[in-house]
Design a protein around this ligand. Structure first.
Ligand SMILES: Nc1nc2c(ncn2[C@@H]2O[C@H](COP(=O)(O)OP(=O)(O)OP(=O)(O)O)[C@@H](O)[C@H]2O)c(=O)[nH]1
Ligand SMILES: [Mg+2]
Length: 358
């Protein structure tokens, strides 16, 4: 899974990228305009607990990959703009970074912050790109010598999508039937990608709890059903570079109980309908990420295709029992160890060991 950080120039994408991935790329006017990729550990206190209990040789957290995609600037040529758009297109999910903070430097360059306007403008860019792609496809079908029923159906559907976009409705929010989805297979649209909004606030705004156009931003996000996370990217990045005990002190002072990465990862998991399950042992304690509705057998395949193929049973208990009772022996005594078959649907927080045969 790769999450694209997108949005207008100078909104703080690279700053956030550094914060999330522990990178140290140049920000602001020193930027090189490069596209950066990096990965972040998904914080999960359950892994800490399991690791403490099992004392494994290795502890492996789940990871999320991030791609920092620069905003299109005034002097960018068309080739550059379309390269950047393709990077957006190849992301599984988008985090739109919106500037709410104000600083002399950025204000001088791009004006004072107007997060609501930026949100709408960026959405319009996505919509226009989709309209462009749709029109090309429709034209291609129109130009076909022989038109069969399938292409007629497709044509009808593409026009329906087009008129939705013209009313500024995201394709992702349309209720398409299964057969419509089938017709669109292999085509992807920018406005159907799962999206999350990060409002990049300044430290003063963190204290006051307010930023320009906040009401409009919240109303817009609620209407579109897009989750919003407020992040104070620059301050948090600076705190990250301190010694761990100093970090806690500063975070407490700012009233930040959970890191931005933690909040972002949690929101992304919800948005993408993802679950975590765990494998434990002397060698390794590890978190695995699967879609909700993943069967035990498919989950086994995450670890190794041999385990999926030779799947016999899954031995499962839920993390919460272990957390409450403190040892696997007690979990077993409490009758919370279960043997599940291949169709069992994995639940978030399951601790699983697979029995298989190769
Ligand atoms: N005061 C303040 N400045 C910030 C904050 N976040 C980012 N900045 C500054 O804003 C400038 C732009 O940040 P970047 O992270 O480079 O922005 P970007 O979105 O990557 O910009 P492009 O890659 O050009 O699209 C930098 O000088 C940052 O230091 C913030 O929360 N507060
Ligand atoms: Mg950048």
């Amino acid at each position: 899974m790769q999450i694209g950080l997108v949005g207008t120039p100078y909104s703080g994408k690279t700053t956030l990228f550094n914060l999330l991935t522990g990178n140290n790329q140049a920000t602001g006017f020193n930027e090189t305009g490069e596209i950066y990729v990096g990965s972040a550990v998904v914080p999960d206190p359950r892994i800490g607990f399991l690791s403490n209990l099992y004392k494994p040789k290795r502890t492996t957290y789940a990871r999320i990959d991030f791609k920092d995609i620069p905003g299109v600037k005034m002097d960018d040529n068309r080739a550059r703009a379309s390269q950047l758009l393709n990077e957006v297109r190849s992301s599984d999910m988008l985090v739109q970074v919106v500037r709410a903070f104000s600083s002399d430097q950025t204000d001088a360059l791009v004006g004072s912050s107007q997060p609501y306007n930026d949100l709408v403008n960026y959405a319009t860019e996505l919509i226009l790109a989709d309209i462009d792609a749709l029109e090309k496809r429709i034209e291609r079908i129109d130009d076909m010598k022989k038109i069969n029923n399938d292409s007629l159906e497709q044509q009808k559907l593409l026009r329906k999508l087009l008129s939705a976009l013209e009313e500024e409705i995201f394709i992702g929010t349309l209720d398409l039937t299964d057969s419509e989805k089938e017709l669109l297979r292999g085509q992807s649209f920018l406005s159907e990608k799962p999206m999350l909004i990060v409002i990049n606030i300044g430290e003063d705004q963190l204290h006051s709890g307010d930023y320009p156009q906040k009401g409009k931003v919240c109303q817009y996000a609620a209407e579109k059903g897009i989750p919003v996370v407020e992040v104070c990217a620059k301050t948090e990045m600076e705190i990250n570079q301190l010694e761990p005990d100093e970090q806690r002190e500063f975070l407490d002072e700012l009233g930040l109980t959970e890191s931005s990465l933690g909040r972002l990862a949690r929101t992304a998991y919800e948005l993408l309908h993802l679950n975590s399950f765990f494998t434990v042992g002397e060698d390794e304690v590890r978190a695995w990420t699967v879609n909700q509705d993943t069967s035990a057998r498919k989950a086994a395949g995450k670890i190794h295709s041999d385990i999926e193929r030779g799947f016999i049973r899954a031995e499962v208990f839920h993390y919460n029992y272990l957390y409450e009772l403190g040892s696997t022996v007690k979990v077993r005594e409490a009758g919370q160890f279960r043997l599940e078959g291949k169709e069992y649907k994995v639940i978030d927080g399951d601790v699983i060991s697979f029995r298989f045969n190769v």
